[in-house]
Design a protein around this ligand. Structure first.
Ligand SMILES: N[C@@H](CCC(=O)N[C@@H](CS)C(=O)NCC(=O)O)C(=O)O
Length: 216
């Protein structure tokens, strides 16, 4: 039986897990949850995940896990045929972990700080403070890519799936200019050629369809 993943396609963290699953050839039973209808706050969903966040995974043995970063590490450790996406070498893995935490605590967090007031509170512009915080994130990523093709080294890891889904979404709100961030822009172009990228594409279009009309 395929593991079940509760999703909303536009969500960047959801898309990172979909990219990881596609890359390792793992079939998932996708269950759509409508956040606007508060389907993630039903007693049944809250019993499974009291944090009511998507993605949420239920493995074939009933094991429940949430947070995209934890889910990717788990799925790749359990189902991938090699450790390349989440290396077992301690120091290499530690750098991947640092990037995953950076996505959680800086990239995705900054993105939600900008977008939440727009999606849920009727704010209809990206103000100078938002633009400055986006550029703060882009500058960090530009530095991380110094001398590296991918975010944690010269091969793709699960941290790339987090950065790709978050940053392609970020780009819809605050444009990533190639002249200012050549490494970051080149990275996102390379990402489009990854075998798993298709899993980001459809949800990204849904994300853009939500965000674009909110901008003045
Ligand atoms: N750190 C979490 C963030 C998950 C998250 O915030 N997901 C959003 C959708 S993009 C969500 O479920 N929001 C509804 C809620 O938290 O109530 C992850 O990486 O999975």
């Amino acid at each position: 039986m395929a593991p079940t993943l509760y999703i909303t396609p536009a969500s960047p963290p959801v898309r990172s897990v979909l990219m990881a699953a596609k890359t390792i050839g793992l079939n998932l039973d996708l269950q759509q949850v409508n956040l606007f209808k508060e389907e993630h706050k039903t007693p049944k969903f809250l019993k499974m995940n009291p944090q009511h966040s998507l993605p949420t995974l239920v493995d074939d043995d009933g094991y429940v896990l949430w947070d995209s970063h934890a889910i990717m590490a788990y799925l790749v450790s359990k189902y991938a045929t090699s450790d390349s996406l989440y290396p077992s070498d301690i120091k290499t893995r530690a750098l991947v972990d640092q990037r995953l935490h950076f996505d959680s605590s800086v990239v995705f967090r900054t993105l939600t700080q900008i977008l939440r007031p727009m999606i849920f509170q009727g704010k209809n512009n990206v103000d100078q403070k938002d633009i400055d915080s986006a550029h703060g994130v882009y500058s960090f990523v530009e530095t991380f890519l110094e001398g590296r093709e991918w975010i944690a080294g010269d091969s793709v890891t699960i941290a790339d799936f987090s950065f790709i889904s978050s940053l392609t979404s970020f780009n819809a709100a605050v444009k990533i200019e190639e002249s200012k961030y050549p490494k970051l822009a080149g990275y996102l172009k390379r990402a489009e050629c990854l075998p798993g990228y298709e899993a980001n594409k459809e949800g990204l279009e849904a994300f853009i369809a939500i965000v674009k009309p909110l901008l003045k």
